[in-house]
Write a protein that binds this ligand. Structure first.
Ligand SMILES: [Zn+2]
Length: 426
C-alpha cells in the first residue's frame, strides 16, 4: 500500500489540536508533525484549511442487507458512510431476516469485510425482534457482537427486558433501546400535537417514548445494568437521562441530526420524506436536544440512516415507511445547525460513539502506531445537498436542496484513501 501524507491540516482529537501533517504507512499513522517530507512514491493529499480528525463512528446505521437490497446494500451504505467521513458504522439488526442468530451475524460480517468502512454488526435482543424470547446473546457475543437492540421497536415486556439487562451485564455487552411504547404510539404517523390535530393525522405522543425511557431507567436501577437510549427525541427524555446520570446510573444516549433541527411543522405538506420514527417533534424538543448535546447529557450524534426506495416513500403519509437517509449529511447538518464548536461535534460524532461501541481502532488519538482511520473535514466549505449524487441506493433525504456548511474532503480507512476530494475511490 502506497504511503500517504495529509499535508497542511489542523490535527484534532480527544487530546486537543495542533497544526501538523500526518504521514500514513502500512495502515497506521507513521508520523505527526509540522513540515513532514513526503517519502518517495507517496501520495500527498491537501488538508489545507481542514481539520484532520479520527474517522466518524455511527452508532445507528440501517444497511438493509440482507433482505432489502433494493433500498441499500452493505457496499452502497458503506460508500455513503465513507463519503460522510465515517470509518465505522454499527449495522442495525432489523434486516430480513433479522440479525438474531449466528448465521446472519456471520453473513453481514462477511459482507462487511469488503466494505469501505468498518461494519460492526449489532444483533437483536429478541428472536425475530418479536419481543417474546431472548436471542442467544452469549453465542452472538462470542462472534464479536457487542451491541444488542430490537431497533425499529422497543422491547415491550418489562420482565423480558430485565432478563436482557442481566445477561448483558454478565457478557459485558451494551443493551440499546428504541424507546417506544407500542400501544400508546400505535397508529401514529407523526408527533401528536398541535400540527397533527390541524392536519387530521393520527399522532404518537411524546409520552410513548418517555414511558419506555422511564421504565428502562428503573430497570437499570433495579439490575445495576447499563442502557443506551437510541435516537432520543423529546425534551422529557433528555431531562430524564440528565437526572438518571446525576443519580449515578449507567445511562447513555444518542440523538440524530434531524431531531436537533427539524420539527413536526415540516409535515404540513404531508411529504413522507419527513416521516421518521421517532417522529419529528416540536421546537421545544429540538432545543432540548441541542441543549443535551451542548451540556454532555447526550453522548453521541447517530444518523439513524434509514434508506427506502422511491416507490416506498412516494406512498401516502399513512402508508409510507418511516426513515430518512443521513450518512452523507450528518456532519454538515451538525456543523450548520447544532451551534457547537467543531471540537465538541467531533467528540459527539467520533470518539464518544467509538468508545460506547467498543471500537478501539476508531476514534483514538492521532499518533504514531495508531490505526489510520481518519477524516479530513473542511469546516467552512458550503455545499448544496443533491440527492441524485448520493452514494446510497436511496434518495430519501429531508435536506435536498439545502445549503450546508462543513464538508468531508478525504476519508482514510485502515490506511487507504477511500475518499479523495469528496469522491469515493472504490
Ligand atoms: Zn429506531
Amino acid at each position: 500500500m502506497a504511503d500517504l501524507l495529509l499535508r497542511g491540516g489542523r490535527v484534532l482529537d480527544a487530546t486537543g489540536s495542533r497544526d501538523a501533517d500526518v504521514l500514513v504507512a502500512e495502515g497506521r499513522v507513521a508520523a505527526v508533525g509540522p513540515g513532514l517530507d513526503a517519502p518517495a512514491g507517496s501520495r500527498v493529499l491537501d488538508a489545507g484549511g481542514c481539520v484532520v480528525a479520527p474517522g466518524l463512528v455511527d452508532l445507528h446505521t440501517h444497511l438493509r442487507e440482507p433482505g432489502r437490497e433494493e433500498a441499500e446494500t452493505v457496499e452502497t451504505g458503506s460508500r455513503a458512510a465513507a463519503l460522510g467521513g465515517y470509518t465505522a458504522v454499527l449495522a442495525m439488526p432489523n434486516t430480513e431476516p433479522a440479525i438474531d442468530g449466528a448465521a446472519v451475524v456471520r453473513e453481514v460480517q462477511v459482507l462487511g469485510a469488503a466494505a469501505l468502512c468498518h461494519v460492526a454488526v449489532s444483533a437483536a435482543i429478541t428472536v425475530g425482534r418479536a419481543g417474546e424470547r431472548l436471542t442467544p446473546m452469549a453465542e452472538l457475543a462470542a462472534l464479536g457482537v457487542r451491541w444488542f437492540t430490537d431497533d425499529g421497536t422497543g422491547v415491550q415486556d418489562a420482565r423480558l427486558m430485565r432478563r436482557a439487562f442481566e445477561y448483558a451485564s454478565g457478557l459485558g455487552v451494551v443493551l440499546a433501546q428504541h424507546c417506544e411504547d407500542a400501544a400508546l404510539a400505535g397508529g401514529g404517523h407523526m408527533h401528536e400535537g398541535e400540527v397533527s390535530s390541524r392536519l387530521g393525522v393520527p399522532g404518537q405522543p411524546a409520552e410513548a417514548e418517555e414511558l419506555m425511557v422511564a421504565r428502562d431507567i428503573a430497570l437499570a436501577r433495579l439490575t445495576g445494568g447499563r442502557i443506551h437510549f437510541q435516537h432520543l427525541s423529546t425534551a422529557g427524555s433528555v431531562a430524564m437521562v440528565r437526572a438518571a446520570r446525576s443519580g449515578g446510573l449507567a445511562v447513555t444516549c444518542e440523538a440524530t441530526p434531524h431531531h436537533l433541527c427539524l420539527t413536526d411543522g415540516c409535515l404540513v405538506g404531508f411529504d413522507p420524506v419527513f416521516k421518521v420514527n421517532p417522529p419529528l417533534r416540536t421546537a421545544t424538543d429540538t432545543a432540548a436536544v441541542r441543549a443535551g448535546l451542548a451540556d454532555g447529557t447526550i453522548d453521541a450524534i447517530a444518523t439513524d440512516h434509514a434508506p427506502h426506495t422511491q416507490e416506498a416513500k412516494e406512498q401516502p403519509l399513512d402508508q409510507a415507511p418511516p426513515g430518512m437517509i443521513g450518512l452523507e449529511t450528518a456532519l454538515a447538518v451538525a456543523v450548520t445547525e447544532a451551534g457547537l464548536r467543531i471540537e465538541r461535534l467531533l467528540a459527539l460524532l467520533s470518539w464518544q460513539p467509538a468508545r460506547l461501541a467498543g471500537l478501539s481502532r476508531h476514534g483514538g488519538p492521532i499518533e504514531p502506531g495508531r490505526p489510520a482511520n481518519l477524516c479530513v473535514v473542511d469546516p467552512a466549505a458550503t455545499w448544496v445537498v443533491e440527492p441524485a449524487r448520493s452514494a446510497s441506493r436511496s434518495r430519501n433525504t429531508p435536506f435536498a436542496g439545502r445549503r450546508l456548511t462543513g464538508r468531508v474532503r478525504h476519508t482514510v480507512f485502515e490506511g487507504e484513501a477511500v475518499v479523495v476530494d469528496g469522491e469515493a475511490r472504490r
